[in-house]
Ligand binder design. Structure first.
Ligand code: BG6
Length: 522
């Protein structure tokens, strides 16, 4: 993540000024998978379009089965074409840029092998040397693990055994590891230990694609490039914080993965905690990767550990039943293909957490995330405390509009501030009003997958937007008591909410009991 100061009205000028990435080979494991086609390759194409790739760049696409290179390139080009014509991926539809794609396509080679066999890596070593000579990529390489999480440890061990991750004479060898990083605290610890036997922490780039989103990165800029927020950013002024990640999609074709995962593992220790830690962290000493990651880790470490009674009281799990989405009937989770008819996998989770430190003691953080909700929206709302006393007649202080700073992460990108204003007329009466900032009004944004920044940052060696081992483990440590209770207590409630709703009523109770309420998902 690069820092530059621009006048917002100058549009996307800043995007065009970044330096090209250094020469390197990108070795993609899982080259035939959905992630590579849908997200990774469109991101590489966008980097090519923005002229951010070195001329000395090459891709080795690793898959289990051989594929003729022309057929593979065409398969990827299909993915790019549907990305550029998909309005959901960004505000504008751009024509397919054949030149940008040719730059990438001409540098791709395909490599087949069984990822569990040492022989594959010995051959890969030779192929890499050949490609590196052909495309003058030097010794630099990024290994991207876009495969099932069960293969992460094996691939890293095999890369190590084949001498593929050894850094010589100033060259780099980095490994990007997709999510999920473990499925609980013990497995995350074991995976960290396994890969740290082969790699140094500085070679590991643990991916959380939420950190690639512009609006997520903007949280830090909003907080630390503006003097007005920090003095109020604490328990003296903030009443509570709400983080909502609502999706309209259901389980889609991922039942096998999702049945064993559920909303808690899928979203909370990673994406939701990224948002929480960026909101709650203290100002870092510098904008260097480790300074920022240290502050984020401190927040996760300070999250109040939940005991059994607190899990029961402060955590709600839900699962969508049948319902209507945009007027169309949709099936219940248990009726989705591949889902057990008596499944207790949660598709929704809400919780109240506290942070045990001086800045946040006593300030509730309410988190919720769910599938098949009424609308797709990710929002962080910071609600400030009420004015201390009722100065205006007939407007008791508890009926005043609360001051809320709402950060809209997606799909609308921006921020708004809600406050009270006088309703015009002879009498003093107050109404809630809102000041809005929308990204698209100030900056030219083009469709992105969010992976562009992350892949580019890895190539330039900036790990700020990647997860460090300690933060991953701290995140799992917070959710572990919840996983334990749900596993051990078969009577723990599972609230069924109608698809197309705002989630189960039990989640409203979490806030009502202290006189608060969720912001509407609109
Ligand atoms: C993924 C989860 O990590 O994030 C999905 O596995 C979820 O279940 C997705 O839908 C949400 O990401 P985005 O970028 O679409 O908000």
């Amino acid at each position: 993540m690069d820092v530059r100061v621009e006048d917002g009205t100058q549009g996307s000028a800043a995007q065009q000024q970044a330096q090209k990435a250094p020469p390197c080979a990108l070795v993609i494991f899982g080259a035939g998978g959905d992630l590579t086609k849908r997200l990774l390759m469109p991101a590489i194409y966008n980097l090519s379009k923005a002229k951010l790739l070195s001329d000395k760049f090459a891709i080795i696409a690793v898959d289990r089965t051989p594929k003729p290179i022309e057929a593979y390139r065409e398969y990827l080009a299909d993915g790019i074409r549907s990305f550029v014509s998909d309005t959901a991926s960004g505000p504008a539809t751009e024509p397919f840029d054949a030149q940008a794609w040719d730059f990438v396509a001409s540098r791709i080679s395909h490599f087949a092998g069984d990822l569990t066999k040492p022989d594959t890596y010995a051959r890969l070593h030779q192929t890499h040397e050949k490609i590196a000579a052909e495309h003058q990529t030097g010794a630099n390489a990024v290994f991207y693990l876009a495969v099932g999480s069960q293969l992460f440890g094996t691939i890293v061990e095999q890369l190590g055994a084949a001498g593929l991750v050894q850094e010589n004479n100033g060259s780099f060898r980095r490994v990007i590891i997709e999510k999920p990083f473990g499925s609980d605290l013990a497995s995350a610890r074991a995976l960290n230990a396994q890969i740290l036997r082969v790699l140094s922490e500085s070679q590991i780039y643990r991916m959380d694609h939420f950190l690639g989103k512009e609006t997520v990165q903007n949280i830090m800029v909003l907080r630390f490039a503006n003097g007005i927020f920090e003095p109020m950013w604490n328990r003296d002024h903030i009443d509570h914080v709400q983080i909502s990640v609502a999706e309209t999609v259901g389980v889609e074709r991922r039942a096998r993965f999702y049945e064993a995962t559920g909303a808690l593992r899928d979203m909370v220790p990673n994406h939701v905690f990224q948002l929480l830690s960026l909101i709650a962290m203290g100002p870092p000493n510098s904008f260097a990767a480790d300074a920022v990651r240290t502050e984020k880790h401190k927040v996760l470490e300070a999250l109040h550990p939940l005991d059994v009674a607190e899990v029961r009281r402060n955590v709600v799990r839900g699962q969508y039943g049948r319902g209507l989405l945009n007027g169309n009937p949709v099936p219940a989770y248990r009726e989705e293909p591949g889902v057990a008819p008596d499944s207790v996998t949660e598709t929704y989770v809400a919780m109240q957490l506290g942070i045990d430190n001086w800045r946040w003691a006593g300030v509730p953080f309410y988190l919720r995330t769910g599938k098949r909700m009424t609308r797709r929206t990710t929002e962080i709302a910071i609600q400030f405390k009420q004015a201390p006393f009722a100065l205006f007649r007939n407007t008791p202080v508890d009926t005043l509009t609360p001051n809320v700073l709402a950060l809209q992460i997606q799909p609308d990108e921006g921020a708004s501030m809600q406050f009270s204003a006088k309703i015009p007329g002879p009498e003093i009466s107050l109404g809630g009003v809102r000041m809005n900032f929308s990204y698209k009004d100030y900056f030219n944004t083009e469709p992105t997958t969010g992976y562009e920044t992350l892949v580019y940052d890895c190539m330039i060696g900036d790990a700020m937007l990647f997860n460090r081992a300690d933060a991953v483990e701290a995140g799992w440590a917070v959710v572990q008591p919840i996983l334990d209770l749900w596993r051990n207590d078969k009577t723990a409630p599972l609230e069924i909410y109608p698809a197309g709703s705002a989630g189960p009523e039990a989640a409203d109770t979490l806030l009502w009991r202290s006189g608060r309420q969720w912001r509407p998902i609109t």
